[in-house]
Design a protein around this ligand. Structure first.
Ligand SMILES: [Zn+2]
Ligand SMILES: [Zn+2]
Length: 643
């Protein structure tokens, strides 16, 4: 007998040689039907593979990322089989699962594949899936493996096999199709119910442009047709919401080659949003006892040698500029400047916690190929702050930072998020991690405690902390399911020491403070990119670049409009006056396209009665009101955010 330990710590005994499938069945038939693979002693295995030692086991279903990977990897094999049937002589590179689906790189000889060929391949895959054949694993010697693919004439697989150790090679087959593969795979092809091949791209063999260009076919599969349908709807929606597309249509930002790639130029609409975000941040930080500072974008080399950014981080920084024999760098982080400000202020325990806040501009080198809209840029404006506190104050400070996050999530309607809590590995203290065992334990325990008590969804990842302390990465998901790393919270035991920062404690002894780095709203670049996709450009009134469009039916009412605009401006409402000689229907349509929250229609009736007719974006007619009542209503709506 062997002992099998389940994720909840439960232990059960089974016959030696039991398979994960049999274990799943011993729990319930229903579970067995949806189990795709199993993690056995930390390694993902086929369900049919016998277990011959005591083991920990986790049964993987479609709900687990690793279960999905197994499913998509198996689907790549199914696609390869279909290609082999349809295009005899096709040769195969690699076919891995990816975040959403899978691909396979193939060499079709002279045949050029186009999008029109994809439905035919999908059909063949469906037909093959229905046969319900098992994916079976077989160990082969290197000699056998080489022989098989020599006979088949597949030089790509031969190249892969030549790099493998004899004794470690396995083949997987379903039906007549055999592939060189480490696995694991799902039990059989019948699990694959819904199939969509998404697109075709070129890819150099092994990513090397000196090699032959292969055809990469991307696809995705699901265990249910309804899930595929939902996914395709989401893809369409994602295209419509792409922040690069909306950013252009709504005139939020642009870039210019003469300014430099990855350096964002905010257009008036983008700048108006930035003003509102900063107002929100400043209001909340002021309430939470932060003070604001202003620091330069550049500093001398020495500052970054002290902080340790140089030489380790040099590759991520813009190269230095030299002046008066001294090297200056554009800063990649704001912290060193803030540490200097701490150093310049009085530092008794009574002055702590000291919370220094700044929307600080940083510059980072990113390869031009990896730049992406507002998401990956070379200049970033960060909602930064550094909190200097005593060990005793840490818990309360961390809790307050956490509450600020939750408040923002609430304001922006972000209901899907997860915090990734990275901790240290005690055996690596003094090497990978600063050697402060007691502080590590204490702060990690406190952070975990706050996360549990506030019922925040989080995952704990061991051995991924920063050198100088535990960290939390905040991942949020837009409505279309795209994942964004919004910000990182870090506890820092090392920097204050490197900068020689101290305060006098109650006994008049110098002590080193802890530092918390936090940036709940991330950077303007990434956050506005997220908000564009999150709201599909339909921003709430407080955030919308233009809040009210004033639309006269003809220029006869321009004077009355001027009176209205005056009132709106006195209430700090951002307006657009459409005085073009267009029909009112056209003006309304254009304001709808610009996603302006309110439209005021102004004609004879409104002028005579001293009112305005109100339309709400996407909702149509809202009746009429006096301008004072309307302005008061909008002002109230906006103020509720900044209270
Ligand atoms: Zn494979
Ligand atoms: Zn920092």
């Amino acid at each position: 007998m062997i002992k099998i330990t389940f994720p909840d710590g439960h232990v059960r005994e089974y016959e030696n040689g039991v398979t994960s499938m049999e274990i799943a069945k011993s729990i319930s038939e229903g579970l067995a039907r949806k189990t795709l693979s199993a993690e056995v002693n930390g390694e993902v295995w086929d369900l049919a593979r016998p277990i011959t030692t005591d083991a920990t086991i986790r049964l993987l279903t479609w709900d687990d990322e690793k279960g999905k990977s197994t499913f998509w990897h198996s689907s790549a094999h199914l696609m390869a089989e279909a290609l082999e049937v349809l295009y005899p002589g096709v040769k195969f590179g690699i076919g891995p699962p990816i975040d959403h689906g899978f691909y396979y790189d193939v060499d079709l000889g002279g045949k050029v594949l186009s999008a029109e060929d994809l439905p035919k391949i999908e059909e063949k895959m469906k037909e093959l899936a229905k046969r319900n054949v098992a994916f079976s694993r077989k160990s082969v010697s290197k000699k056998e493996a080489l022989q098989y693919f020599t006979d088949k004439g597949d030089q790509y697989k031969l190249e892969l096999i030549n790099n493998l150790e004899d004794g470690s090679i396995t083949f997987y087959s379903q039906g007549d199709f055999v592939d060189l593969c480490r696995g694991p795979h799902i039990p059989d092809t019948s699990f694959i119910k819904a199939i969509k091949l998404l697109n075709i791209a070129g890819a150099y063999w092994r990513g090397d442009e000196k090699n032959k260009m292969l055809t990469r076919i991307y696809g995705i599969t699901f265990p249910k047709q309804s899930e595929l349908d939902a996914y395709l709807v989401m893809l369409e929606e994602a295209k419509k919401r792409d922040h690069r597309k909306l950013g252009k249509e709504l005139e939020i930002y642009t870039t210019d080659d003469e300014v430099g790639q990855g350096l964002i130029l905010w257009l008036p609409n983008g700048a108006a949003m930035i003003e509102q975000l900063e107002k929100l941040a400043k209001r909340n930080e002021e309430k939470a006892g932060y003070v604001r500072v202003k620091t330069p974008h550049i500093a001398k080399e020495n500052l970054y040698l002290t902080s340790g950014h140089l030489p380790y981080y040099a590759e991520s920084m813009y190269p230095p500029m030299e002046m008066e024999g001294v090297k200056y760098y554009l800063r990649a982080m704001n912290c060193p400047h803030h540490h200097k400000i701490f150093g310049a202020l009085p530092k008794s325990y009574r002055d702590l916690p000291l919370r220094l806040a700044e929307y600080g501009m940083c510059y980072r080198y990113e390869e031009s190929g990896s730049l992406f809209g507002l998401m990956r840029v070379r200049g970033l404006n960060m909602n930064d702050a550094h909190i200097y506190c005593t060990e005793e104050q840490f818990e309360q400070e961390f809790r307050a930072v956490n509450d600020m996050y939750l408040n923002y999530f609430n304001i922006f309607g972000i209901d899907k998020y997860v915090m990734r809590f990275s901790t240290h590995e005690p055996s690596k203290l003094g090497q990978k991690y600063v050697n402060e065992p007691a502080l590590w334990k204490k702060t990690e325990d406190l952070v975990r405690d706050v996360l549990i008590k506030s019922k925040i969804p989080y995952v704990e990842v061991a051995d991924e902390a920063a050198f100088y302390g535990p960290k939390i990465d905040v991942q949020i998901y837009s409505v279309i399911g795209r994942e964004f790393t919004l910000a990182t919270n870090q506890v820092d035991f090392a920097q204050p020491l490197r900068f020689g920062l101290t305060y006098m404690d109650k006994d008049n002894q110098p002590k080193t403070p802890l530092c918390i780095h936090r940036a709940p709203l991330g950077t303007h670049e990434r956050f506005i990119g997220f908000l564009l996709e999150h709201y599909a450009g339909k921003f709430p009134t407080w955030l919308a670049p233009v809040q009210v469009a004033v639309l006269p039916i003809s220029d006869k009412y321009n004077d009355y409009c001027a009176e209205l605009i005056n009132v709106l401006k006195n209430h700090e409402i951002r307006i657009f006056f459409d005085n073009r000689a267009e029909k009112i229907g056209r003006k309304i349509r254009d304001a709808e396209v610009k996603k302006i929250p309110y439209m005021l229609i102004v004609g004879e009736q409104e002028q005579t009665s001293g009112t305005v007719s109100i339309r709400k974006q996407g909702e149509g007619d809202q009746g009429s009101m006096t301008i004072a009542a309307f302005a008061g209503m909008v002002e109230k709506e906006v103020k509720s955010i900044f209270q």
